[in-house]
Design a protein around this ligand. Structure first.
Ligand SMILES: CC(C)(COP(=O)(O)OP(=O)(O)OC[C@H]1O[C@@H](n2cnc3c(N)ncnc32)[C@H](O)[C@@H]1OP(=O)(O)O)[C@@H](O)C(=O)NCCC(=O)NCCS
Length: 177
């Protein structure tokens, strides 16, 4: 039986956190850092289970993104993962579709960083083409190393974002994007 639970970070049980840690370790083969973990909290999680076992997860957390200088309330996707033996069966897509609906309802723009371009393009995400930077106390620092990795999701409040504009993210420990 497939079940999906949508829960804010502060509603996660200890058992769910334990299962999430195991899932992320398996999906990223140990390459999921404590900072990556921290980035997944503060918003809403989608937990997808098959016969009670957590098989896929994704989270959306609020960030500020500046589009050509205009601050936007953005829903940023984090920690999207499916257990390797359950991949290719639509679980990841179902999780992202649920997160997409939350972003379209609650935020002005969706954002994420990925190497899985076709996966997200199929789900309505658009590759950013313009310059990228991170906002720091010293000013905006360009992040050209992220070019082609950043995707956005249009929403009813911003249905046609200018993909060639400058996009700036707020700073945080770990990967800026
Ligand atoms: C990326 C990831 C979350 C995808 O999860 P998944 O559960 O395999 O996702 P899906 O099964 O929905 O889709 C995977 C592929 O299977 C295909 N697929 C979906 N449902 C299918 C089905 N029922 N039968 C066969 N293929 C299917 C999809 O078309 C998709 O192809 P695409 O990637 O070329 O678009 C997973 O591969 C993963 O955890 N990777 C490691 C961590 C990672 O990189 N996370 C993303 C970081 S942004």
């Amino acid at each position: 039986m497939i079940e999906q639970r949508v829960v804010p970070s502060d509603g996660l049980t200890d058992d769910e956190r334990t299962q999430m840690r195991a899932l992320f370790a398996a999906a990223w083969e140990g390459g999921f850092s404590q900072e990556d973990w921290d980035h997944a909290f503060g918003g809403v999680h989608v937990l997808r289970r098959v016969d009670g076992k957590l098989v896929a997860h994704g989270a959306v957390a609020e960030r500020t993104l500046w589009l050509d200088g205009v601050p936007l309330r953005a829903g940023y996707l984090e920690a999207v993962a499916t257990w390797p033996e359950h991949q290719g069966h639509g679980h990841g897509s179902a999780v992202v579709e649920t997160l997409d609906a939350i972003i379209r309802r609650d935020y002005q723009l969706g954002g994420l960083s990925t190497g899985r371009h076709p996966f997200y393009e199929r789900l309505g995400w658009l590759a950013w083409r313009g310059p990228l930077a991170v906002r720091t106390a010293e000013g905006d620092i360009p992040t050209p190393e992220e070019s082609r990795a950043i995707f956005v999701l249009p929403t009813p409040s911003l249905p046609e974002p200018d993909l060639d504009a400058t996009l700036v993210c707020d700073s945080r420990p770990g990967d800026a994007w």
